[in-house]
Design a binder for this molecule. Sequence first.
Ligand code: PLP
Length: 489
Amino acid sequence: MTNDSGMAPPLGDMSKEDFRRFGYELIDWISNYFENIEQLPVLSQIEPGDLKAQLPTSAPAQGEPMSNIIADVDRLIVPALTHWNHPSFFAYFATSTSAPGIFGELLAAAFDNKAMLWRTSPASTELEDVTLDWLRKMMGLDAGLTGIIYDTASVSTMHAIAAAREGVEQRIREEGMSGRSDLPLLRVYASEQAHSSVEKAIITLGLGQRALRKIPTDKEFRMDPNALANAIDEDKREGIIPFCIVATVGTTSTSSIDPVREIVRVGEQHIMWLHVDMAYAGSAAVVPELSHLVDGCDRADSIVTNPHKWLFTPFDLSVLYCRHLNLLQRAFSLVPEYLRTPEQANVRSGSDYGIQLGRRFRALKLWMIIRYFGYEGLAARIREHCRLARLFRSWIEESPDWEVMAPTPLALVCFRACPKENDELDTLNEAIMHAVNATGRALLSHTKLNDKLTLRLSIGNIRTTDRHVREVWDLLNDQLQLLRKNSSR
Ligand code: PLP
């Protein structure tokens, strides 16, 4: 049975005719969305609460026509979106989805597998193994690392630190940490530029914020290995147990690269777990001339990389490569009777390696992306983003009104306006950023470097070209001139 507006039948799912009709309609809708995305403001222009105010406060008792629902996506949802797929999205770490990734998500939703045990989704379990092994080789990582997919880098890092803690052999799984006079403070070290997810992981694991010691960085925002060594020595003298170092390759503020090889040497003197956060930069290791990004990773105990950041993979998909799967398993595996299977000794089941039981079939989209673009195709796109970032940086360097604030090892440029007549540079740069963002034609974000407000331009969208980078440069200069004019009045 079908009807024009696509109402739900009394029982069961949508009719196959309606599924086909609205399915094609939605694929057309998505295609048009990408075709016309540059007409939309990058940053949603709604005010907080605007969308909620337009939605009913209770669910409909009777089903509504599918055509009305799709119309409301246009009318209500699209204006409330910040368009991450807009080629002039340069904020945070710019990312984008891709067609094969969307198809992978579509199929995964259709299969709706809960990959908790091998038998509940052999395809997901085995495709994950194979695809992550491809990615490992693409990144130039060694065969001692085995990959596992989580949703986000925050969660991957939390699992890595949990595995590291399991290796401390303090019976924390069995006895916990609270109320124990026999347990010294356990310490994790990360640079002051490390992502906040490291601290959140420590909070989540019950280690307490004081378990994180932040190590100073050099003038290029890289962890200082001597300061790390001194901190560990000092802690040991005080009876603290140093157990984990988190190095970052591609920090969030500047994409700086910690000297992993030197950090390895420090860690190895103390038999500590080294986790490398390459959430952003890991994808770039696929580019042959950027293979130095994994320098020292042959000695890392775990590495996180996010294909959902710079490998054109729809959110979410984060990969943790781990050298000691046994510790991860020891930290998390718990198999009640109702989950016991005859093959369990011979297979890998995702639920043994994390807090989730059911897991999405995320490997499918990554497999489709890698196959569709090929690793050379993926590398070519990332290489192009790095070229565009160098181009933008060259304009900054040539202009007397702007200055670069950090090195540009990848595709993130940190910069600010510095006109001679203005000494309120933080205020000026914040105003420029908000003015550019308010135009809806580009989106930038900021950070603070050496206490100075710094603008960030990140290039990582599959659709971004020279034209978009030129346009945002013009926009920045227009806004600077406008603000100058206004302040001289
Ligand atoms: N690590 C780094 C270096 C990041 O830049 C980010 C996010 O930008 C994260 C971790 C957290 O990523 P996720 O959103 O996947 O948790």
